[in-house]
Design a protein around this ligand. Structure first.
Ligand SMILES: O=P(O)(O)OC[C@H]1O[C@H](OP(=O)(O)OP(=O)(O)O)[C@H](O)[C@@H]1O
Length: 226
């Protein structure tokens, strides 16, 4: 497993963002693990997190101008990833050319009716290629809303990167939310880690009970391969 994935998972466990036990998800499913990126909030952990997103983005070769973070959890992600992309590439002439001009923007959940007004904060979105960054994708609702906002600004969505792909089927298909969104919008939808990565990561760290529970969950809810 790539070292940035390991560092990300170490950080997620250290900050309690990734927990093992018994949890009821928004979908009603009983899951043996739970991920809450909101707990990745200390300086070191945020820095590791931004580095992991940046590594996925750089490896992907997706061409884009703006990192867009859907409110609320996407907002700090867009800012730290934009900054980290600059830091990681500033000493490489080719990568610097590509990433030093990247800017970030995000939406407000409530429209502002005074001052500058509107719902977009940060970089102007007119006629840009936009990469959406978020923590997780469950039904794809937040992605769809961000997609519409970006289209209304006459920009195109170039791709999406999230932290964790649970690789489980949606309630109404055999495929995961990432697969469904990628297919529907014809864009790459990537993640830092997948459930499969978590299983590998746990192989020499977790007790048998945890490993068996996760495998059983995957057997019931795992998404089909495309
Ligand atoms: O694919 P979905 O079904 O939309 O679920 C994923 C979205 O849900 C959460 O945000 P939420 O809408 O709860 O807002 P928040 O960022 O303000 O917590 C999460 O941060 C994603 O944006």
């Amino acid at each position: 497993m790539e070292s940035y994935k390991n560092t990300f998972l170490d950080s997620a466990v250290e900050s309690n963002a990734l927990k093992f036990g018994e949890f009821v998800l928004k979908s009603g499913r009983k899951s043996p693990y739970f991920f809450n990126l909101g707990l990745c909030c200390s300086g070191k952990i945020v820095s590791n997190l931004a580095e992991a997103y940046s590594q996925v983005i750089i490896n992907s070769n997706i061409e884009f101008d703006i990192v867009f973070g859907p409110a609320y959890k996407g907002i700090p992600l867009a800012a730290v990833v934009c900054s980290k992309l600059y830091d990681l590439t500033k000493n490489d002439p080719v990568l610097k050319e590509k990433y030093s001009k990247i800017a970030y923007s995000f939406n407000r959940k409530e429209k502002k009716d005074h001052g500058e007004g509107g719902i977009i904060v940060g970089a102007n979105l007119n006629n840009k290629r936009v990469l959406i960054i978020d923590d997780v994708m469950t039904a794809g609702t937040a992605f769809g809303e961000a997609y519409d906002i970006i289209q209304n600004e006459k920009s195109i969505v170039a791709g999406c990167v999230i932290a964790l792909d649970r690789e489980e089927k949606t309630p109404d298909s055999e495929f995961s939310a990432l697969q469904v969104v990628s297919e529907k919008y014809k864009i790459p939808v990537l993640s830092i880690v997948t459930l499969n990565d978590i299983i590998h990561y746990l192989s020499d760290k977790a007790d048998d009970e945890t490993k068996i529970a996760i495998e059983a969950y995957r057997t019931v809810y795992g998404a089909a391969k495309i």
